[in-house]
Every structure is written in C-alpha cells, then in structure tokens.
Design a binder for this molecule. Sequence first.
Ligand code: HEM
Length: 164
Amino acid sequence: MVRELSYNTISEVLDSWEALRRIEDYEEQAGLLLFRRLFDKSPRAKLLFGFPIDLDVHSDTIKNSRRFKAHAMYLIQMIDSSLNMLGPDIELLTEIMHALGEKHARFGVLAEMYSQMGDALIEAMTVLLGEGVMNEKVVEAWHETYGALSGDMIEEHVKYDLGE
Ligand code: HEM
C-alpha cells in the first residue's frame, strides 16, 4: 500500500527519477526500453496496447512508430505524476490508484502483468542510469514503491474478478 512507504524509500526513488529526467529524451528512451522488455516478458501485453502479437519489438521500424512512442511516453508520464503525489498527497494517490486499477481490469490487464511492467521499468532505468545510480538500495526502493502503487491497483482487479 502506498501509505506504508517510508520517507527514505520515497526519496531514493525520487532522486533516481530526477537523474533519469536529466537524460535528453528520457521519456522516449526509457519508454522504448520499457516496452521492449515488457513485451519480451509478456507478448500478450502487446495486444492491450493495440499492437499485433507478432510485432517484432527489436526491429528498427518500431522506433519510428508514432503510436508506439505515444504509448511509451504516456506511461512514463503517468509514473512521473504518480511519483509527484507520493508524500503529502498520499491519501489522494491511494484513491487514484484504486480507480486506475479498476480501469486496468476493464482494459483486460492481468494482475501478473504488473510485476512484469515493474521489472521492465527498473531494468530500463538501470540501462540508462547505470548501476552506480541504480544500486542495490535504490533498486530495492523502486521495488517497494512500484509494488505499493501496483498493489493498490491489483486490489481492484481482485474485486473486479469477483464481480464486486
Ligand atoms: C503502477 C503501474 C501502472 C500505472 C501507474 C499505469 C497508469 C496508467 C494510466 C494513468 C493510464 C490512462 C488511464 C485512462 O485512460 O484514464 C493507463 C492506461 C493503460 N495502461 Fe496502465 N498503468 C500501470 C500498469 C499497467 C500495466 C501492468 C499494463 C499492462 C501490461 C497497463 C496497460 C495499460 C493500457 C492497455 C492502458 C490503456 C491504453 C492506452 O490508452 O494507452 N498498465 N495506465
């Protein structure tokens, strides 16, 4: 749950996110890496984003797809705004994550896709920032934070699946 995150954990996450934002075109670069990794882990996730299941995410043509770029940036921007709300707005963020979880259940996102997305995100950040910034402590803080955000979303998937 997001409300259980400690101040230290949140600041490790925010510091590394700031480092990422200083990279030119970070949204595109991180987005491309993130989706390549996500689709490697979960080919079915391609369908959810409107791509054919046999799309080769490693081909150069993918880089030129406007649709791909739009989706990639959209997601990175969403994570960005979630991180901005960690801290004083945590109660509001919890409510937003619950509502977002319900929406995702309707989109057809499966609960297991959250950890695949989280791992893809952390791997993408490690490629771009290196292990100096993305050291063990920071990676752990990311797992905890992403796990808390997605945990709130997944709670709604469970309710949705039960028809509540
Ligand atoms: C903590 C994790 C995540 C966050 C913060 C997040 C955030 C968002 C937000 C804010 C939207 C826009 C919702 C709207 O239309 O109002 C969205 C759309 C979407 N998300 Fe997520 N999401 C997360 C995880 C995932 C995962 C794991 C998947 C599936 C692999 C996924 C698939 C989608 C899809 C298919 C859409 C709608 C398609 C689109 O318009 O791009 N999301 N997400």
